[in-house]
Design a protein around this ligand. Sequence first.
Ligand SMILES: Nc1ncnc2c1ncn2[C@@H]1O[C@H](COP(=O)(O)OP(=O)(O)OP(=O)(O)O)[C@@H](O)[C@H]1O
Ligand SMILES: [Mg+2]
Length: 251
Amino acid sequence: MKEQKNKAPHIVSISSGKGGVGKTSFTVNLAAALSKKSKKVLLIDGDLGLANVDVVLGLNVKHSLREIVEEDRDPMETLVEIMPGFFVLPASSGVPEMANLSYEEQAFLTNSLEHITDNFDYVLVDTAAGIGDSVLWFNEWSDTNIILLTPDPTSMTDAYALIKVLHTRYEKNEFSLIINHVKSKKEGNEVFANMSAVLENFLGIKPINRGAIPRDSAVAQAVRNQKPFLIAQPKARASLAVNEICNKLLS
Ligand SMILES: Nc1ncnc2c1ncn2[C@@H]1O[C@H](COP(=O)(O)OP(=O)(O)OP(=O)(O)O)[C@@H](O)[C@H]1O
Ligand SMILES: [Mg+2]
């Protein structure tokens, strides 16, 4: 789908079957971690949920993804710089429902996005939860598909459902799992092992273990203060975990 370029940006989608598992918190902080490592990062807010990227970061959003399609606006004008090297493409006034876009509009959106993403090393897409059209579209567009889940069994079954759709309908075979809200690294590894066994048995998929993030009060505090926890509390356990995930992604 994407043209091969000499130095294509690495496009990473962050999705989950169940909502509220921590996608937005994780993605904002992964973007902060990557930019601290001198990478140029674009975070695309692909979610219309309540705790949107603009809310978590306290942005005053003027333009968004929707206007790129509806008003033919220059996509570069819609970007907001959070800190050096970390930019957000907001979606506060609504992510276009891909099903409602004509073929030409979808092609136009793809072109516009590829025009912007060319300027970055990493593009992170914080998608909505579930298996809606925009989630599937962003996942198909991405090079790396991260699925976030928690030890909660319903989060695991919903993650399985999402992976199954992406595998059967879009022939995606490589999935990276991150387990959020864990009590210990051991719990993270156990949840990964369970999920991995189910995916291998039923779909023949061997997921990649990208790590786990502990349940940590620093996360909710950062949302209240509208600052990434990685910046506000760099020594917090959640910050150390996101840094470790960032290092693995870069290695
Ligand atoms: N590791 C964690 N420890 C403690 N609280 C967390 C952690 N991760 C996320 N949370 C809290 O969980 C709530 C939901 O997080 P977030 O909004 O990031 O989830 P989401 O997956 O993006 O939700 P949605 O599906 O609605 O977009 C927030 O209040 C956040 O502070
Ligand atoms: Mg979210």
